[in-house]
Unconditional design. Structure first.
Lengths: 391, 391
């Protein structure tokens, strides 16, 4: 037997308070854990796949209902589960973009958007952020004009996060969507850090496409994501095939080309479905999560040399901090930055990038008030132990 | 809470002998079950994702080792885990095909290949099967010539199954690969029904690409698949991006464009890894699986009106049968074809398409001899109970 048989048990969530920036809102609910045990087999979802033989028509387990409820949840006409948000970006890019087209992304945008655009044969350009690391409607309009001037054509798509992954800042998403529409450019709302943690209303936003991440923000296994849109765009992005075999004459008329037919079966889908009632409930309590986030950052800022690099007060639970005090300690400590990792680990806290003491990200999503207080105190305790000033 | 909270426990594998055609070789091993429990969270694989920040470089859990061993297992230079075989088809199609190109698939080929080709803007044409439902090198050469004649250009890609999903017949894969190469056309070996159940040697086959399905034939959760190739093709299909942000100057140089970066994280990947030592072992016992398949079909053929529509003797465990006797019974039974479903169910056998009594598929993969005998006897018993002749 090869090395790969030796898999250690992962105990991060059982033994530690985990403030890892992208794991917090993705950790499974107990119901999702139960679901993946019962539906571990890949085709477990397909026992009763009857005519017309497509995942989203399956009634038992209630996948068809789930798809409907998912669309309602984000207030869009149609929703599909995708193998990750990136596969949703890809479907939209391949449906809308042609070779030589230009698409706009944020200068804080995720690399998977850039790859999806590149793979479709198109080019991506960045919309600049302002000095506060915010993407504005003004900057978007300027960039559209610039592309028009320099390339003699308008961008074909704008993809914009509501909250970005680097700072967790809130951007002018509604206004950016409006600007896009003034130019007749469809806008993809990237909700990887919103859908599943806060209420998102696609119609109210006016977005053409909503994309969410299951394993980032919907307490779902990987790889899962959501792609939602209105009926009109569904005709384009969810178009079915009308190709026909030249020999057999067969066609696969029900299959959605840009989804490659069925997308996510088995454990990841059922895990997502099992978490969904909890997700639907938890988005109502986003305000409380933001309160905890602000409390935590406020406490961190009491430590000598700490700055909040994200907008402050916080509107999200994902935050980028600068911890100059800890960095000063790391410079002379024989373990370097790993002294902090180790001190946190001793206190059963994990998540910050191993060895990082300068700029790093954290996420308090889903922690209880007791855990938030404990964690903030732990940082202050470590600071004091190493001679840093704590207010 | 919505309806989707009510998920019944799936007990198919616990309570039944399952001869469902596409589920047999995908059902999880006990080790895979354990792994998905420990690694349920989406980012469970990413705790120690260090520079250069790509899934296949992660050492703990031993993903890097697994990728290496996977390539060795199919004897190719490079292997990648994909979110399903279809996503592997898509990556190859998008890398190799341009608008207006033509690609050849089998007239018994899977719809996902057709969609992947269509999505790349290319067109698919079918290679005809012969009267025995076999794809031959001769038919392939004729089709290539025909495309050349009618379209003034050669196909850009040939995708061919070793064993097809409709009959489980063995096709002239080695010879077809040779023919492709004589014309300078790359050949994708579709091993959805071979990789993970029998020994597959990519170099010996001479294939340009190997594609396998995790949830079909590798005892892995969905969505998982394998894409393997040699170093030369890796430069094309696994090319990294050299695009750069026009504002930020950032690039994502390590990310593979056609894979959209990281592919499958969390439970599906770890489940696949946990099953892998078992898979590597079980391929050595394919001969025994084929023996059981032949025994089972031989017994079925004793029932009045039964024909084996697949090649016979069997070289695979997936078989298409015609059960004219049962169909005769169904015609007058008040439950129609469901009489057979119900009779099997009473005997704790499941898998044949519900209500089907005419043409249907089954798969004996992974059953013990005792289970095979029990299942064959059950069919004969039912036949006798309904007055059919049994030899």
């Amino acid at each position: 037997m090869g090395k790969t048989a030796n898999l250690d048990i992962r105990e991060r969530e059982e033994k530690y308070i985990n403030i890892q920036p992208i794991q917090a809102a993705g950790r499974l609910t107990a119901d999702a854990m139960k679901a993946i045990i019962a539906y571990g087999d890949g085709y477990s979802t397909c026992d009763l796949c009857l005519k017309p033989f497509r995942l989203d028509f399956i009634k038992k387990p209630p996948i068809a209902d789930f798809y409907t409820e998912l669309a309602e949840f984000v207030n869009m006409d149609v929703a599909r589960v995708m193998p990750g948000a990136r596969r949703a970006f890809q479907a939209v890019a391949l449906a809308l973009l042609r070779r030589g087209d230009i698409a706009l992304i944020s200068s804080l945008g995720h690399y998977t958007l850039a790859l999806a655009i590149e793979e479709a044969g198109a080019e991506w350009r960045e919309i600049p952020k302002n000095e506060d690391n915010i993407l504005t409607a003004e900057a978007t309009a300027e960039k559209i004009e610039r592309v028009k001037r320099e390339n003699g054509k308008l961008p074909k798509l704008i993809a914009m996060h509501h909250f970005d992954y680097q700072y967790g800042n809130e951007h002018e998403i509604r206004e950016i969507i409006k600007i896009g529409h003034e130019y007749g450019i469809p806008v993809l709302y990237n909700g990887a850090y919103t859908i599943g943690v806060m209420e998102v209303d696609g119609k109210k936003l006016g977005a053409d496409f909503l994309v969410g991440s299951g394993h980032k923000s919907m307490a779902s296994p990987a790889p899962t994501g959501v792609l939602a849109m209105d009926e009109e765009w569904a005709k384009v992005v969810l178009r079915t095939t009308d190709a026909r075999g030249d020999i057999t004459g067969r066609k696969f008329g029900i299959k959605e080309v840009h989804l490659l037919g069925c997308t996510v079966m088995g454990a990841p889908l059922l895990g997502m479905m099992a978490s969904f009632p909890h997700v639907r409930e938890r988005v109502k309590h986003w305000g409380e999560e933001v309160k905890k986030s602000n409390y935590f950052i406020k406490e961190m800022l009491k430590i000598e040399g700490t700055k909040c690099l994200s907008e402050y007060p916080r509107r999200h639970t994902l935050t980028r901090v600068f911890t100059g005090g800890f960095d000063k300690v790391a410079k002379t400590h024989k373990k370097g930055g790993f002294f902090l990792t180790k001190e946190l680990s001793k206190r059963r806290i994990t998540g910050p990038f191993p060895g990082a003491t300068k700029e790093w990200k954290l996420n308090t999503y889903g922690l209880t008030w007791e855990q938030v207080r404990y964690t903030a105190n732990a940082f202050k305790e470590i600071a004091e132990a190493y001679g840093l000033r704590v207010e």
